[in-house]
Design a protein around this ligand. Sequence first.
Ligand code: KG4
Ligand code: ZN
Length: 336
Amino acid sequence: MSLILAIETSCDETAAAIVEDGRKVLANCVDSQIAIHEKYGGVVPEVAARHHLSAINQVVEETLRQAAIKPEALTHIACTNGPGLVGTLLVGLSCAKALAWSWSKPLVTIDHLFSHVYANYLDSDLEPPFICLLVSGGHSQLMKFDSYKDGEILGQTFDDAAGEAYDKVARLLGLEYPGGPNIDKIARQGNAKAFRFPEGVVEGFNFSFSGLKTAVLRQVEKLEEPLPREDLAASFQDAVNRVLFKKSVQAMESAGIEKLVLAGGVAANSDLRKRFETLQEEGKARIYMPPLKYCTDNAAMVASAAHFIGEEAGLDASVYSRSPSRRKAKSARLKN
Ligand code: KG4
Ligand code: ZN
């Protein structure tokens, strides 16, 4: 049995959670800094780190209170140590180290990107093998999981991540930060067929979104104010989601696996979710997607990853800003 307190501070969310056996969430607290960074149009790393520092103790205390758990009962302390903003990661890791040391608990460090996948184990019956479409602000990957512990990268983005494309296009359209949810919102009033944007053609299960972003820019330059923002947002969203959906289905077919999980912030996108829901309704695949609160950054997914991966770290553990090489594609593609 494991009872894990996890901390997540890789970007602009100060989060802590307590999860039992990797699946049962006893408490999940997130202190979001969106209101703080909104006026800058994006996350300011130094401001974010300072805010994490002032919020972290309270968030951890609140998590223990909500779960009604005494520190003695915990089996591990887990923490995200990368990829992310170095200054913000250091706040979470320092806090996790201090708790692990003072409560005499083992420390487990977890890769942030990887932990998004584990959001699908929370309050669910998911078991491997499955294909995972992992789409966040910094990464877009298709992965194949044969075990609880490790996944093979089948393909990834050559340039912008899906979430990054959402955020950049949102800025082009004059929408506020965070861009993704705002595009999602206005696209519901738009016509997805108003503009035909390119999908970004790349081999295998890889993605490319920078051409699409440029195509939206060129289109905006040709138009006059007031811009048809809803139509532009809907057409852009359609182009991104079309390719994400198509390649996910191809990856499932190629691997002979009829189970797909969605992970990362972009998995909160309502149009993307609808496409996969339809696939499930048609009986073509079993689809897992986390509830919205577990799609974006949170610590419950970190606790779950710590349970299933569970490699202990020393108190000399450090942080990293970019994905380590071991996450690089073993072989970029599945053989057909
Ligand atoms: O996974 P996440 O919270 O942070 C990273 O690990 O990067 O993902 C954040 C990304 C942002 O780019 C945000 O715009 C995007 O997820 N996002 C969305 C939606 N909600 C968040 N993109 C499209 N539609 C959404 N509803
Ligand atoms: Zn994330």
